[in-house]
Design a protein. Structure first.
Lengths: 141, 129
């Protein structure tokens, strides 16, 4: 079992599949990251019902600087995984034979670019809130 | 002249799961993005409180929204995890074991989340405190 794991991980790093492979890897990593966060998020939000007094503690954690930085990263994962998933669904469901390779390559680049374009203002707004609430910038406390 | 041939493939679990990932993805875009937009950008963790969540869950519309979000997102994620594990672990026994573990975790955590969404609005009725 460990042998096959090692083979696939070294394969990930040494296989030179270009931008397609980068998007495949990023889709995996962001997907697993999102599932990890989602699991925690479901359980901590369930505290509202099961242990309301503990929910405020969970919220304190979410307001802390490392968590708020993590949330900016989380939004990146949501945007990239969503856009790339939409791209995959489009080629798999609505084109024959997965589309022409040149077009697919272009669509991978378009996904990276749109992700950054959408993420930048969001990261700005969330960064502003972090600086305002946790560091007293812009007249915050 | 083109000849069109249609081949009927017998459906199986993997085909259904493959389709599920793509169709649920299309639905998850509006569900997750709107959720993140409202809670992270418009409201933000500084303004989310116990009272805020309870008020939200006292509205049937938001209850339905959150139940859809919970069931689609978590099933999509857990099946994704299963796919990653099948890619990396090749022994039949280990795959079976992880499959059951993921299934069990999926059922339990979905149930916990769903109960919270429905229960918080009916705290007095259900009496769990």
């Amino acid at each position: 079992m460990l042998g096959s794991l090692r083979t696939s991980f070294t394969g990930y790093l040494t296989y030179r599949g270009g931008e397609g492979q980068v998007s495949f890897l990023l889709h995996r990593v962001t997907g697993l990251g999102l599932l990890f966060f989602l699991t925690i998020h479901i359980v901590d939000t369930a505290l509202v019902y099961f242990a309301p007094h503990l929910y405020e503690h969970a919220l304190e954690l979410y307001r802390s600087t490392p968590f708020m930085l993590g949330e900016i990263g989380l939004v990146f994962c949501v945007l990239f995984h969503g856009l790339n998933g939409l791209r995959i669904a489009y080629y798999d469901l609505f084109t024959t034979a997965g589309g022409e390779i040149k077009r697919v390559r272009k669509s991978v680049w378009a996904t990276f670019v749109i992700t950054i374009i959408l993420w930048t203002p969001v990261a700005g707004i969330m960064g502003y809130k972090l600086l305002y609430h946790n560091f007293g910038f812009f007249g915050g406390k | 002249m083109t000849i069109r041939r249609t081949v009927k493939i017998k459906s199986n679990y993997e085909i259904v799961a493959w389709k599920w990932m793509r169709y649920s993805a299309i639905l998850l875009i509006p569900l997750v993005w709107v959720h993140v937009w409202i809670q992270d950008i418009l409201v933000g963790p500084q303004h989310i409180t116990l009272d805020y969540v309870e008020k939200r869950w006292s509205m049937v519309g938001w209850q339905i929204y959150d139940i859809l979000l919970l069931s689609f997102a978590f099933a999509h994620g857990m099946n994704g995890l299963r796919q990653v594990i099948v890619d990396h672990i090749h022994s039949r026994r280990a795959r079976m074991m992880f499959g059951w573990l993921i299934f069990l975790a999926w059922v339990v955590i979905t149930f916990i989340g769903g109960l919270a969404i429905v229960g918080a609005a009916h705290r007095n009725l259900v009496g769990f405190n």
